[in-house]
Design a binder for this molecule. Sequence first.
Ligand code: J2J
Length: 540
Amino acid sequence: TEANTIPRQVWPEDLAARYRSKGYWRGETFGDVLRARAADHPDRLAVVDADNRWTYADLLARAESAAGGYLALGLQPGDRVIVQIPNVAAFFPAVFGLFLAGLIPVYALPAHRQTELIHFARRSGAKAMVVADRHEGFDYRPLADLVRAEAPAIAHVVVIGDAGDHIPFDSLRAGPALPRVDPSAVAFLQISGGSTGLSKLIPRTHDDYIYSFRESARICGLTGDSVYLAALPVAHNFPMSSPGVFGTLHAGARVVMAPNPAPETAFSLIAREGVTITGVVPPLALLWMQAAARTPHDLSSLQVLQVGGAKFIPEAAARVRPTLGCTLQQVFGMAEGLVNYTRLDDPEEIVTGTQGRPISPDDEVLILDDNGVPVPEGQPGHLLTRGPYTIRAYHNDPGANARSFTPDGFYRTGDIVKRLPGGYLVVQGRAGDHINRAGEKISAEEIEDHLLAHPAVFDAAVVSIPDEFLGERSCAFVIAAEGTSPRASELKAFMRGRGVADFKVPDRIVFVPEFQTTAVGKVSRNVLRADLRSRYLKET
Ligand code: J2J
């Protein structure tokens, strides 16, 4: 496919008919959801941040203005628009405006830098960007300029706040009628964690994604009185949809945007806004549990703490209720689709010892050995899945599609899991070669390629090493080019200078004289990485 084709996501006709007849896909768009909530209870608070408190009616009005304004710029329904917006209320009018106009957001993380953004721009054929002015000390406007210089198809940069030379978001005004939007069409492109090479683009439809967060909201017990704290960056699939901010708005409840997930910030918002539910990654859960002992803030409104994105060990899981006084919910999900939850009324050993069970009765889960044969219940194997909200293909990436999907449409998650009675899954590990650093997925290959671009690097291999706090850290083994002796700090600075998300810079760099392997002939990178890990990191 060409970068300029409109993203598609297609299920076989029989399955699509089944998902519709079961009521999973209801032919609703994001725009329909917002319009319905604004009609049901216009005056209820929808979104709160440090500067704004917007009702559902406010939110719809702002989104409609934005939608008209985007189209008046000359953008056409189906065009892709990169969105790089941190946790501020304006995220919602910005993206609902795109949805109402039939435009397709491509969600970048606030941590992404020009290397990642240029890749998203080229791969998606994006025509515009919507960014914040500054957030937490970083200015997103010069970054947008860098991206635009390398991806000239980006004709417009819209800025929330002080726009400088760009288009102020607040200047966008409703114009002629908005288009009809097809609920079975792709609504947005989400970014994959990236197991091999660069991040892939994940096309999610209105029908499939709305099903996933509507059902998530039900499983997580959301009502119109719930208050969800977005502590993680909302561009992540977990705080976006499990049930996340969209599940919260679907339930007609209130979203509170935390500018960062530090305990001081989160706890004061929990107390002030009466937050009932939030979601964090395991390292944050550990930090929060520690900080809760000394906080002056009243956390008693908090009913549910969701933990996901990386493995939460049972010992830590058991401490959630004693320290925070709320119910733990484990969440094991992926931006490609499948999401598992422990249920709020599950017994303690399920909640602390498993990563939950799928959302849908129509989530098909296969657990296979290395030869593709199903393993007996309770045995670990490769997790494959398909279902009413799991993608069948990445956008514009035939190579990744051939690797990541079986001919009958199962997604190869790369996770090693075992299944317990009742369909509960326990994550055992991973087959692929990414590093899960505090829930941020880092592709070893992508980092190796960055290091190899340095003239003093002859070869590089990146592996994960266990970390008590982060879960995993990244370690790069480097062979220096002949006659050079680079320092670790120099290579780290080099990577930062290339404009990549800071979490991708290796935590540790170990210089080795050679990559000696016992195998003969061409050695796969996986074997090489495993060998390096066992030779140099046994003691750590
Ligand atoms: C172990 N590994 C986990 C868990 C994800 C909800 C929650 C998380 C994500 C997410 C998400 C894990 N225990 N509880 O999209 O909607 C690892 C697995 C998985 C990969 C997906 C959601 N929860 N993981 O983390 O696309 O390896 O989504 O395949 O970022 O994270 O990463 P991502």
